[in-house]
Design a protein. Structure first.
Length: 233
């Protein structure tokens, strides 16, 4: 089983090798999930000619740590960067796609300095600056595309007037997928966010909640994500 030594301990990841791959996908799961939950999705991605890699969040799956405390956003970003560097080393010529679900989506935006709460309602802006990376740890030009699934409101304040953080560039293709019945991350926040980022593609799913890739419509969601990734490539 593959591991790497991260800043906070031994981290586990999975790789689903794809022959004649045309790109690589780094997947960051949500809290309470691990890479073993994504074999079905990874098989579909690999069939599309994209090689998937995924990280067990600290304290989840086979990664060391406390499952109740996966880390600060800065720590989660640092863990994700370690996996991204492994992918770059193994597949140096492959375009890189990045996908995050829930907490993984927050981390994905955090890598780009864009996981910012809505500071119009923030009581203490210094707390925002202390807890949220405001500059990119990963340059957007390193990515061929970004997929966000079930992203929570707490990361969707970017683009509001005078918000801290780093704006996402219009040149970065972004897909957001979200269930209309999502109770953990209600859809109104991502709808508002996509109006401020009008180049983002938002696909909404009826009768679907937070965990789109493990719900009855998972085949449709998987197909939509794969088709979008192939299009941007």
């Amino acid at each position: 089983m593959p591991f790497f030594d991260g800043p906070r301990g031994r981290m586990h990841y999975r790789r689903w090798p794809a022959e004649n791959h045309r790109a690589a996908l780094v997947l960051l799961p949500g809290i309470g999930q691990h890479t073993g939950h994504y074999h079905r999705f990874a098989t579909a991605v690999r069939s599309a000619g994209i090689e998937p890699w995924a990280l067990d969040t600290a304290g989840h799956g086979l990664s060391e740590g406390d499952p109740a405390h996966p880390g600060t956003l800065a720590e989660l970003v640092a863990d994700a960067l370690c996996l991204i560097e492994l992918v770059r080393t193994a597949l140096p010529d492959a375009p890189l796609l990045l996908m995050g679900h829930s907490l993984g989506a927050v981390t994905t935006l955090g890598l780009l300095g864009a996981a910012i709460p809505d500071t119009r309602s923030a009581a203490d802006l210094s707390a925002v600056e202390a807890n949220c990376p405001l500059t990119p740890s990963l340059e957007p030009t390193a990515l061929a595309g970004l997929v966000l699934s079930g992203v929570p409101r707490r990361a969707l304040g970017a683009g509001t007037p005078d918000a801290p953080g780093t704006p996402l560039p219009h040149t970065l293709p972004i897909l957001a997928v979200h269930g209309r019945e999502d109770r953990r991350a209600p859809i109104d926040a991502v709808r508002d966010w996509t109006t401020r980022h009008n180049w983002v593609s938002l696909i909404e799913y009826d009768d679907s909640g937070h965990d789109l890739l493990h719900e009855p419509h998972y085949r449709t969601v998987t197909t939509d994500i794969c088709e979008w990734m192939l299009k941007v490539l």
